[in-house]
Design a protein around this ligand. Sequence first.
Ligand code: NDP
Ligand code: GDR
Length: 328
Amino acid sequence: MTTALITGITGQDGLYLAELLLANGYDVHGIVRGQNNPKLELVRRVLPDVTVHTGDLTDLSSLMRAMRDSDPDEVYNLGAVSFVAYSWMNAQVTSDVTGLGVLNMLEAVRLHAGDDPAAVRYYQASSSEMFGKVQQVPQSEATLLWPRSPYGVAKVYGHYMTINYRESYGMHASSGILFNHESPRRGPEFVTRKVSQAVARIKLGLQDTLTMGNLDAQRDWGFAGDYVEAMWLMLQQPDGDDYVISTGETHSIRDLLDVAFAHVGIEDWSGLVEQDPRFMRPAEVDQLLGDSSKARSRLGWKPKVSFTELVQMMVDNDLTEQKVLAGL
Ligand code: NDP
Ligand code: GDR
């Protein structure tokens, strides 16, 4: 039986990836941080067959202990401070977790693997946020990195450290440069879920308006369930490598609002959406559009869920969830 260890198992991608690996017959282990993490209950409910280890990406010895106790064949490093807007207000903790945390995880893997560094395969959750200031559209593995947030800078560090460990020690280390991916499990602070929740609440008469930031930014949005398959496929290749994972379509926040409101029968949302400088960022990533042709040809991967299907899935989920919460 193949054994996998996942950091960030309480997050959106961790839950989907653990489900995929369990379905593939894996023995799945996950690292959960903190002495009383409220999301531990979610993991135990959704993933009763996962073995949980206590650890934190800022604490090397806790990662080494988790490596020793799980003895994995594959490690997926998904843990991070992942909210870009938060990273300006907490740049140091973002750097410690999202940046230096990668070094800690790579070291824990390398030390555990001993004489055969490629024996444990490693996945690093890199991000399209690393492209930052638009240099080239679409963005591929060869595009210059110019991050625009402390989060993006920390991800660039983790990305290059992963490449460096592959080149220095011969580790089987892969970096997935994933563009935005969403689902009903997305945290409510991210724009798609913020919109799907608000649209559901407005439709149900529980909320009057929605306050947003920059409506002109464009993102290449896919479905998280499709994207975790790409992570797994990367670790099934003979060698580690870097891959862009994206749909190849870009949409603005306005497009997102169009599709979400239209799904509940509201064609003109102009009177329902306000803008507030509070939600604007000190530096914006204006346009993300990925070229995932390398992953499509080498991994045989392609996304299955379209942008419209994704937004409608999220609005439907929030209509159900909000009705239950409001006792309707
Ligand atoms: P989430 O924000 O949903 O999950 C982040 C996870 O990291 C949580 O499980 C969180 O645990 C954990 N974490 C936070 N701090 C620490 C720490 N100090 N030590 C250990 N674990 C920690 O993110 P996603 O699931 O959306 O994303 C997964 C990864 O992919 C992240 O690295 C993200 O940056 C990256 N990524 C995401 C993209 C997306 O569009 N979703 C696109 C590209 C990259 P807790 O529950 O305790 O807070
Ligand atoms: P992003 O995702 O920063 O791309 O990072 P987010 O959903 O937060 O923002 C996307 C775009 O929407 C604009 N926006 C708003 N965003 C939020 N959160 N709230 C608002 O009210 C709002 N109004 C407009 C933003 O300015 C931005 O342009 C996500 C995270 O998952 C990262 O961890 C990951 O690495 C990248 O995607 C790829």
